[in-house]
Design a protein around this ligand. Sequence first.
Ligand code: 5RP
Length: 264
Amino acid sequence: MDYGMKNRLSRVIKPDGRCMFMPLDHGYFLGPTSCLEKPGETVKPLLPYCDALFLTRGVLRSCIDPTLDKPIILRVSGGPSIVGEDLANEGITTSIEEIIRLNAAAVGVSIFVGAPYETQTILNLAELVNQCEDYGIPVMAVTAVGKETEKREARFLSLSCRIAAEMGAKVVKTYWCAKDFDKVVEGCPVPVVMAGGPKCDTEREVFDFVYDGLQKGAIGVNLGRNIWQSPFPAPMAKALYAVIHENAKPNEAEDMFNELKNKK
Ligand code: 5RP
């Protein structure tokens, strides 16, 4: 691997091999998502616990201080909205010149395996890899499921992750699943990062699944709503950071969260 690619990857994946990415990209198809109406304000108290921010160029330019020393993973796919016909009908939204101009440490693009637009989105990923490899910029593939949340099971996730890696993604973001998540990770020759999904009922559920996923080989998370939609976002982020980077067990993370939230 060339210096530039290695250097950028090392900015988003920390020396312990783990990562905690903070997604703020939801507005690209959901509009002003609850608690993310002002992304710059939402993220401020969470910054100490973010290894990188995942967002679009629009939110980056308008909401994030350019002097902030935090690696940026630029969301570069989009097109459809939540009220449109098909969430999978995505294209690449951001040119390679713009990716370089914005000093992105990496980029992220969704693929929708099993959807009518699967070929289009897989070719989006391949095309982005073609462009980014020339400049040493890592591509993170997001294995999206659109509105079909029942697709979050191991066989489907394995298929999506493997295809993403075969197309040249350097990191694959996918959903954790209760059964056979280890097989999903084993079948993917590049690092796997877990997405969060809609807010869980309890904090403990989040600590449990993140801990389990890490034991099964995932290297970290790209997890948003379960942090910034929490009534206590900073305690939640700090406790999750401890699970990811300090090997805290779920019960330790829960204790930490309760202690911090009661201090407020
Ligand atoms: C949206 C995304 C988000 O980055 C991803 O879903 C993670 O955020 P959350 O934990 O809120 O699900 O890719 O398409």
